[in-house]
Design a protein around this ligand. Sequence first.
Ligand code: ATP
Ligand code: MG
Length: 282
Amino acid sequence: MSTTLPGFEFVTAGKVRDLYAPTGRDDLLLLVANDRVSAFDQVLSRPIPGRAALLTALTRWWFGHLPDVPNHLADDAVPVPPEVADRAMLVRRLSMHPVECVVRQVVTGSGYQEYRRVGSISGVPLPEGLQDGDRLPEPIFTPAYKAELGAHDENIPFEQVVDLVGARTAEALRDTSLAIFRTAAAVANAKGVLLADTKFEFGDDEHGVLTLGDEVLTPDSSRYWDAAAYAEGRRGVSFDKQIIRDWLSAHWDGHGTAPDLPDEVVERTANRYRELVDRITG
Ligand code: ATP
Ligand code: MG
């Protein structure tokens, strides 16, 4: 799926992004998103038109609204090929910490499953009797170990983050993640969107400064729910691939290759992404 970009060398392909480096520069990376979408651990056959550009625009917008945290954007360091400009980010190459910095203010998804099993998430004890989709009084930091490509990330307690990156960095990861989450949740809330949970990735820059990397606060890395629906008791009315997941669950038994999405589902999903970006950035 990777294309040849003049002036850049292909580095590697993730599920929905390709990484390039400018020729002769090992301090920069170009993260190029594409319109492919994954669900139930498969990359689906039909892309969602406009998705990559919308998610890239949203990440950029958030970086611009988180002034207190250094981020990896390196916009003007070298020219970016125009054919990918709207879905690419030129960034400083960081030494990434192998921790997915997850913050939650709603208990749902895999976090809720873990809570049901052991009464805590990533070792954070929680009150008894929580239901799927309940809101917590305070956001909590529930880190995960970033698994190799293809493997599932594994929730780990804070002490294990300390073992991985040292106490000082572990505390900085936790405190910075919680601070960004609070800021972002307040912004989203003012726009009628409940930020249920999200995931950040950080690395150290060449001076050892903790820097926010990857994509941030996109519907791929976050659960955004409609706040009005939530207030009426309708939980999980989300701005992400839920439309796709619902359709697949109703039309596929989960074995073999997923069926092609119909036009109508593709269109509704594209509209939903656009609606979220308009709401947050509007
Ligand atoms: P998944 O498809 O499950 O998300 P992935 O995270 O490995 O897999 P991508 O998200 O497509 O794949 O690829 C982005 C990769 O680039 C991630 O491994 C991420 O940690 C890394 N990354 C993001 N920003 C930087 C940066 N500034 N410097 C170095 N690596 C980065
Ligand atoms: Mg990723």
